[in-house]
Design a protein around this ligand. Structure first.
Ligand code: 13P
Length: 334
């Protein structure tokens, strides 16, 4: 393992002014997104859509540091035979790959999930590296509800995240460690804070036990935020203040960067929250976005599967990327 190189890539992923485009929706998830805009989820449509994003010159060269791909996408070529992954490299961004294989029900823990995909991961990482991937992603999902999460769910998911991260570093790939605490319930921001604190603490404990080099990873957490169905929605300032406090208590300064998921926040909220956190600096790590929905909802709508809308889709994507790029420096204005 070359830790200097892993650290260089991790730092480039969270460089101020740029963030990560999470375009790694599984075939099931992208079908849901396409259904919403009335587009059939064929392999060609999925490719054309992602080609539109990766050819967005302004967004990709100025505001996007890296792109997380799904397995299908990393092997796809555009009509002229160029691999999609080459379009990303040519724009100056770093290609990455989602390597978990989704979630399964966790035995003995009703309603809870464990992320799977460790079998043969070392072999898969080798092939992804050869194809150009320099970072990877693994997402664990923790739900908040009555009596959950259990310590069992937190513990097995943290263990798997650390196993994945160690395998990535051994394969010279920077792991994005993503323990997502969902914002779907009616819990308040303080409950989210408390659960996320337990999850992050356990995750970093496992990373240490399994000898993962913190200098060669990126953390992708949720923000401390009110559940979507909570009657009291915390303000932008409260989300920013509590999230920064939480991360300072749990994330060692050796970690080069933190890149948030958007998790169901509106486009503008996701931008406003990140921006407000930068008003609370200085921060010990790079702090930016790794958004899926908050970067893609607008371009998906503008594109709607029509070739004549490609330019409109790219304009919408570039706008969101620029807004989040500004927010990653605390320079966004509503
Ligand atoms: P969202 O920003 O849509 O939550 O997606 C980010 C992601 O990659 C989740 O794993």
């Amino acid at each position: 393992m070359n830790l200097t190189e892993l650290n260089r890539i991790a730092a480039a992923m969270v460089v101020p002014g740029k963030g990560i485009l999470a375009a790694d929706e599984s075939s099931g998830t992208i079908k849901k997104r396409f259904d919403a805009i009335g587009v059939e989820s064929t392999e060609t449509n999925r490719r054309d859509y992602r080609e539109m994003l990766f050819r967005s010159k302004e967004a990709m060269s100025q505001y996007i540091s890296g792109v997380i791909l799904y397995d299908e996408t990393i092997w796809q070529n555009v009509a002229d035979g160029t691999p999609l992954v080459k379009l990303i490299e040519q724009s100056g961004a770093i290609p990455g790959i989602k390597v978990d294989e989704g979630t399964q029900a966790l035995p003995m823990c009703p309603g809870e999930l464990v992320t799977v995909g460790l079998d043969k991961l070392a072999e898969r990482l080798k092939k992804y590296y050869e194809r150009g991937a320099r970072f990877a992603k693994w997402r664990a999902v923790i739900d908040i509800g009555s009596g959950i999460p259990s310590m069992t769910a937190i513990s097995v998911n943290a263990h798997a995240l650390a196993r994945y991260a160690a395998l990535c570093q051994a394969a010279q790939i920077v792991p994005i460690v993503e323990p997502e605490v969902l914002m779907d319930g009616d819990h308040d921001i303080d409950r989210c804070y408390e659960v996320t604190q337990r999850v992050l603490s356990k995750t970093f404990q496992e990373l240490r036990v399994q000898r993962v080099a913190l200098e060669g990873m990126v953390l992708k957490p949720n923000m401390a935020i009110s559940g979507k169905k909570c009657a009291r929605q915390a303000s932008v300032e409260e989300v920013a203040e509590k999230t920064v406090r939480l991360l300072k208590t749990c994330v060692p300064a050796a970690v080069p960067g933190i890149a948030f998921l958007s998790g169901g926040q509106s486009d503008e909220e996701a931008t406003a929250h990140l921006n407000a956190m930068h008003k609370l600096g200085p921060l010990p790590w790079g702090l930016t976005f790794s958004y899926g929905r908050a970067l893609q909802a607008a371009p998906q709508k503008a594109w709607s599967g029509k070739a004549e809308n490609v330019a409109a889709g790219q304009t919408a994507f570039s706008h969101r990327a620029r807004m989040n790029g500004l927010a990653s420096k605390g320079e966004w204005q509503s």
